[in-house]
Design a protein around this ligand. Sequence first.
Ligand code: GDP
Length: 595
Amino acid sequence: MSQKRDPGSEPVAESEPHRIEIPHSITVKQLSDIMEVNPIEVIKQLMRGGVMANINQTIDFDTASIIASDFGFEAGLLAKETRGGYQRFGEEDTSLQRPRPSVVTIMGHVDHGKTSLLDAIRQTNVIATEAGSITQHIGAYQVEVNGQRITFLDTPGHEAFTAMRARGAQVTDIAVIVIAADDGMMPQTIEAIDHARAADVPILVAINKIDKPEANPERVKRQLAEKGILIEEWGGDTICVSISAKKRQGIEELLENLLTLAEVMELKANPRRRAIGAIIEAKLDKTKGPLATALIQAGTLKIGDSILAGDTWGRVKAMFNERAKHLRKAEPATPVEIMGLNGVPQVGDTIMAVASDREARSLVQKHHEEKQRGAIIPQRALTLDELFTQIQAGQIRELNIILKTDVQGTIEPIKGSLERLGTEKLRVKVIHSTSGTITESDVMLAIASKGIIIGFNTTTEPGAKRLAEAEGVDIRYYSVIYNLIDDIDMALKGMLQPTYTTVVEGHGEVRAIFSISKKGKAAGVYVTDGKLTRGAQARIMRDGDSVFESTISSLKRFTEDVTEVLTGFECGVGIEGYKDLQIGDIIEAYRKHRG
Ligand code: GDP
């Protein structure tokens, strides 16, 4: 459909509306491009419907489909949602797979010794032939233990781990949870454990700082048991090693145990296919140009291979390991710094080798165009409103919940009640629960696990709120347990009332009051921002408090009735059912939207 359309001019002639597919959310620009209409027309049409949006603003599917139908299109929901756009792994012939090293992330509470442990491992276990060379930070390193390699990601902490997962890249096989023996389990220890569990990554516990006189490893073991982690010594199956990162004690034992765990996991990959991996670090070097560290997950990357990563492409000119040694090839689980991409990819992007430079370039271009069109949209978390349709469609079997409360005491009763709501079709799983405000790390976990967040008598940190809004993560707030449980129950049964968000359209300040015959008084109002429209909902604010809520019943410019008045203009305003407007009152006009 190449003809430009204007809904205002004449009705659309075709009897069959043209069908377009649009994602869950789309920007005004993308929608205009798909319909091939001027974005200004789309913005105008949105305004007629009471939605003020600029060209880059995102609108939801419901709104977009109404606009689309105004322009003569029938909108369908784009069924397939992919994050990266590139397919990561095809069917793999298991007979071609070979054992590969494990990839380990170190997590734990701040100051419990994560960095010290990474340093200790790096220094005690240099790959024999490279001893003495100076290490550089490239995001990961490998060590050799009893002739076998282990890869450590050099950015410790569950935040980095979950951020990678949220971007669709899970590279870690094993999580080492470091707990200081003097301090014991702390909030971030629990968070780290929950994040690892949510990703189904096995845990190995390292009780650190045992050199300290106040060290109390037994207490840590008890605390672990209380958290449901039973160590081998106590009859469970979690490996637990006591170490001192500072005194370099227990490091060998820790590494040997990691090898044992890796062996049990039977980690394998096919080294003889085209390489595929994940970007774990990337930067622009003044002399070398873009440098990206990739963790190869399958296949072998070689010098001269044509590659692409996210929005970038190129050819492998040189590869280095963490000891700045030139590598000719990189096999599965090997981290390598790559020179040769034409830009800096993002952490979490998929990197893959392709047949030729031409293919790399055209795939990246195609991907870029699809992104522009809105055909590839970020995989977003599920909102509670959408839950039921997805359950019905059999698309989800588990509802992951992150629960944050004001006090520790309310966690267990809420968690218990929530988990009891589960049915055969759908399990309700509280993957993380602590007291405190909702943080960015909680939002990341919700994205990575496609979960929702419930705040009970708590609030959200500003950064976390922004992230949640941008990524479409549903955060629900409650202050009564019954309401919380009831809402989730209703959502599971498909009976949840839709929620509405309020969009403020503008403000006006009352500058004069005049009587108009018997009808009473009207207010002379100056529009300070946005616009006032007839029929909009209005809140009368006096000294910062809302004193009345109703609708704008009349709107006049001089003596003429008008439908809207924009910023910088004066108008006469009547409020339905309210006669006590005073000079200095602020009229806030708003509309409610479903969402
Ligand atoms: P991170 O925040 O978890 O990365 O912790 P760091 O590795 O930075 O360590 C925090 C502090 O604990 C530093 O002052 C370290 O020197 C100290 N530390 C780390 N490991 C040990 C240990 O095994 N014994 C003792 N006594 N101190 C340690």
